[in-house]
Each structure stands twice: as C-alpha cells, then as structure tokens.
Design a protein around this ligand. Structure first.
Ligand code: G6P
Ligand code: ZN
Length: 548
C-alpha cells in the first residue's frame, strides 16, 4: 500500500551536549526526552554511526513505558530516511530486552533500538531511555556509544520521513517510503527459544502439582511473556502472574526486582505463606529476583547455583565453556568454576563486557550482583530465562529453594554478601566521598580493617582478553587478608543526583557458620566501611536507601 511520504532534513538550532550514554544506553527523565528534537538527535547520531544501517534490517521495540509507541513511530520514519530496508517491530511496541536480543540475532539485523530505562520508574514523571544493540544482539560496545555521543555534539540536522504513525495493533506488514515494516508478536520467537533450552514437560509437571509459584511482572514488559509461559504452556494456575498488564507508568511502581521495590512479592514468600517459589523481573525483562519459601537468593549465589547445576537443563547438558561475573559480584561462582575446572572471568560492571567472551565461546553463563543472569543463548541478561532455569533445577532435583541453597553452601562454602545503595545523593557529596577514598587507596594496604588487615586496594581496571581493550576506573576495591572485601562504585544508571553503591562480601568455608543473617555476618565490614568512607556524615543519610 503506497503512502504519501516526504523526506525532510530538520535543522537543529544547536546540538545537545548531554547525550552521553551511561552503563546501559541514553537514560534521561521522560520530560527531557520530550524536549523537541531530543530523541531525534540521539537516533540520528546512532543511525549515522552504526555500521550497515543502509540496506540493513533494524529491530525496534520497548518495555511499554510512556513514550514507547511515539518513539517507535519516529524511529521508523528516521530509519526509512536513512535507507533501512526492513524494520521489525512488535504489536503494542512490546519487546523485552532479551527478546530483542534474540530477534536481532535470529533475523540477521544490523542493530536493535530498545526503548527502555530498564528498572527506573516510567510515566511522564519517570524516566525514558534508548539502548542501541549491535548485530550480535548485545549492547553496543563503548567504541560505538562514544562515537554516537561524539556525533550528537556536532549534529546540525536530522533526516526524517513525514508519514502517518505506525499501527501496531496487530501483526502485519506495511511500508514507510521504501522501507518494509514487519509487525510481529514479540513473544513468539522468545518462547520458542526457551522451549529449546529447557524441558517444559518436566517443569509443567512441577507447576501442575502442589508447587505454588508467584511471578510479579511489576506492570512491565514481562507480563505477556510470563502469562504465555507459566499460565499457558506450563499450565500454572491463573493468577500465577501478578501485575501482568504492561502499563505506561508501571502502575506507579518502581519496576526493579529487589527486596525493596518488589516488597509485595518478597512479603508473600518471606513470611511463610502459601508459595514455594517467587520471582520478579524488571521494566525491560532482563533482571530477575529469585525467592523461595522464607528464602532470598542473592544474585551472586544464583549465578553460582546455575553454574553448579547447569547440566540439568537440556540446553546446557554438555557442560559449560566458562563463566564470568562482574567485579562487584561475589566470588561464589569462582569457587564452583574452580571445582568444575572451567575458567571464570571478572569483568567491569555492565553486560556489554560479557559480549566478547560470549562471542568468542569462552563462557557459557554470566551474571551480575545487580540481578542479572544470562547465557550464550542471547547477548543480554535474561530475567525469565533465569526463572525457568531455577524451575528446571527444582523440577529435576525435587527439592525446595532453601534446600538447594543449603546444599550449595555446605559443598562450596557461603559468600555472605550485601549491597548497600545510597540513592539520590547530591552529586558533589558523592563524588567528594569517592575521590577521597580513591586518593587514599595507595596508603591502605597493611592497615587494620574490621579486625582484618587490608591486603590490597585499587581502582579496578580490565583488559578484555578477546580484543585487548582496556577499561579503567571501574570501582574502588578494598581487599582483606581473609578474602573478604568492600567495593565502592558510583552508579552509571541513575538519573537523579548520584547513587553510591557499597558492596560487602565475606567468605565462610563449608565448616563455618552457614546460617547467619547476612547483615549481621557483615556488620563489622559495614561499620568499618562507613568509618573509612565517612558515608553517613558525607551523604547526610543514616542508612542506605536500598539494601539487598
Ligand atoms: C544495567 C546494566 C547491568 C549493570 C547495571 C549496573 O542494568 O545492564 O549490566 O550491572 O546497569 O548499574 P549501576 O547503576 O550499578 O551502574
Ligand atoms: Zn533491565
């Protein structure tokens, strides 16, 4: 069907100077993104920088937050103006980050544009974001995001086609100018991939029995995926998926699956109750939180458990090439990897650092303390994949989450772990605190700390073993002589002030006390960190905003 379209070159009065992507794409307040030409500027720069755009296929979709549909239409019109030959998008514009990663790979797209601010709140008063993924399905590497940023700084105009807004109500095909537009159901391909990796009959047998599951989609993107998987294919009772309807403002909630923001689910599982298993995912579906009855699985432990039990899932039955974790993630997976005789890599925070290792076949599983777990099936972390993996393990082993954890710790020892976040700290105070510790690092080794001695202290740097690229300044580490450690980082994903993260970790071998409350087990480290970094006095906060 031919439509009247006209190519326009729109001049910018002046370039935007604040479009530097952070840990995960360009993330700003929704209102900032409403600034005329703001979205267009970043998209123009991206379409100019990403290789293969002209004549290539592009995948576009998002987590359903405010601005999602309008942005898809703008991007489609700009993509056509840049000579993209095919644009694949989804009904309702709903596409989780992991599903997007899979689509990019399976459709041979040159890139994907994912509209999401991940776990940040949405709506007009929340945040919006644009993530650019490359042809491997993973977040664009820093070389690309730096080039995009550089392009925004000198942008004089952008190209766009005048065309009617896209109709994303139902699957179908249409055109914008010379570009084909394919609207597909964003759930189908992803579900088919999951069916290849896991034994759905086995999991269904568990869910159809008296094993009760609660999944909280937090009114974000995973609702339709989880409903199809759990209540559809796996036969769990209706109501298993809570808050399953994606809403533009996530129902006013903060779609971050942790004990603070997913507290309704946490209360359901941690106060006795009727449920055996609980899980939640974030805004765009790449994060996960796993809970058992009276049992919270910290994400570092989750990676270790998946590593130790990987061969129970058909997709990983042949074993693992290796694993990787981000630096602030606890070393629980390292201990399992050592026992399995496979390599374990320590990367900076940010999923993009796993991409090269996955592409080179050096790792099969990877994960982060920030509730991200994933594998070589795509190039993003994958919330529902992690949930299915846990259900697979529970179905095969026939035991509870708490029993899995107890068995794991009694075999490998326990890494007591906690992250304390101080959110929305005045930027100056946070940077002052951070720079002060940074300046003290060299003098720390040999000093006493929480009844131990500081063995080493540094600012973490990483040399990518695949391409040799170097990333410096990735977090301050205070390493103690008994293997415990404290790490300080400033978040790269916040949009209000600065967020200080303090990561605390202490190892107890199988012969030690494996059943302590982590906050108590780590108390001396917590107190010593505050004394060292003067957190309370410098932030003016008496306690962290979020403890996980
Ligand atoms: C995003 C990235 C993760 C990363 C996290 C860190 O979720 O996808 O890979 O771990 O941000 O966020 P932070 O706020 O600690 O920089
Ligand atoms: Zn996310």
């Amino acid at each position: 069907m031919a439509k009247t379209t006209e190519l326009r070159q729109v001049a910018l009065e002046r370039p935007f100077d604040d479009q530097k992507p952070g840990t995960s794409g360009l993330r700003k307040s929704t209102r900032q993104f409403q600034t005329p030409h703001y979205l267009e500027s970043f998209i123009e720069a991206s379409l100019r920088v990403v290789p293969g755009v002209e004549g290539g296929t592009l995948v576009v979709g998002g987590d359903g937050r405010y601005g999602n549909l309008a942005a898809i239409s703008v991007i489609a019109r700009m993509a056509s103006a840049h000579g993209v030959s095919r644009l694949i998008t989804t009904t309702g514009g709903i596409l989780s980050t992991p599903a997007a990663s899979h689509l990019i790979r399976s459709r041979g797209a040159v890139a994907g544009i994912i509209l999401s601010a991940s776990h940040n709140p949405g709506g007009l008063d929340g945040d919006f974001g644009v993530k650019i993924n490359g042809a491997n399905g993973g977040p664009a590497p820093e070389s690309v995001t730096d080039a995009i940023h550089a392009a925004t700084l000198h942008l004089e105009s952008y190209r766009i086609l005048d065309a009617e807004p896209l109709n994303l109500d139902a699957p179908g095909t249409t055109t914008i100018g010379a570009m084909a537009v394919e609207v597909i159901d964003g759930v189908d391909d992803y579900v088919a991939l999951m069916q290849k990796l896991f034994d759905f009959d086995r999991i269904a047998a568990l869910l159809r029995g008296d094993f009760r599951v609660a999944f909280d989609a937090m009114h974000a993107v995973t609702g339709p995926y989880a409903s199809r998987l759990f209540e559809g294919l796996l036969g769990a009772p209706a109501g298993t998926v809570r808050n399953g309807l994606p809403l533009a403002d996530f129902g006013g909630g903060h779609p971050d699956p942790n004990l603070t923001y997913a507290h309704e689910l946490a209360d359901l599982l941690l106060t006795g109750g009727a449920y055996d298993f609980g899980a939640a995912c974030d805004g765009d579906g790449d994060r996960n939180m796993i809970l058992g009855r009276n049992c919270f699985v910290n994400p570092s432990d989750s990676l270790a458990v998946l590593t130790a039990n990987a061969t129970l899932a058909p997709g990983y039955a042949d074993g693992l090439a290796g694993v990787a974790r981000s630096m602030p993630t606890s070393a629980a997976a390292d201990v399992v990897a050592a026992e399995l005789g496979i390599p374990c890599f320590e990367t900076p925070t940010g999923w993009k650092f796993f991409g090269n290792l996955l592409d080179a076949g050096r790792i099969t599983l990877c994960g982060e303390e920030s509730f991200g777990t994933g594998s070589n099936h795509i190039r993003e972390k994958d919330g529902l994949w992690a949930v299915l993996f846990w259900l697979q393990i529970l179905a095969v082993r026939g035991c509870s989450v708490a029993e899995v954890m107890a068995g794991h710790w009694s075999r490998f020892g326990r890494h007591y772990y906690s992250r304390h976040d101080y959110e929305a700290v005045a930027s100056e105070a946070a940077h002052g605190l951070y720079d002060r510790i940074s300046g003290k690092l060299a003098a720390l080794p040999g000093q006493a700390f929480a009844g131990r001695t500081i063995r080493a202290a540094d600012d973490f740097g990483y040399t990518d073993p695949v391409d040799g690229s170097i990333s410096k300044g990735q977090g301050l580490r205070v390493l103690l002589d008994d293997g415990s450690r404290v790490v300080l980082r400033l978040s790269g994903t916040g949009t209000k002030g600065a967020t200080l993260r303090v990561y605390l970790e202490s190892y107890v071998p199988p012969s030690g006390d494996l059943n302590q409350n982590p906050q108590l087990a780590l108390k001396d480290l917590i107190d010593a960190s505050d004394a060292l970094a003067e957190i309370r006095s410098r932030t003016g906060m008496t306690r962290p905003t979020v403890i996980t």
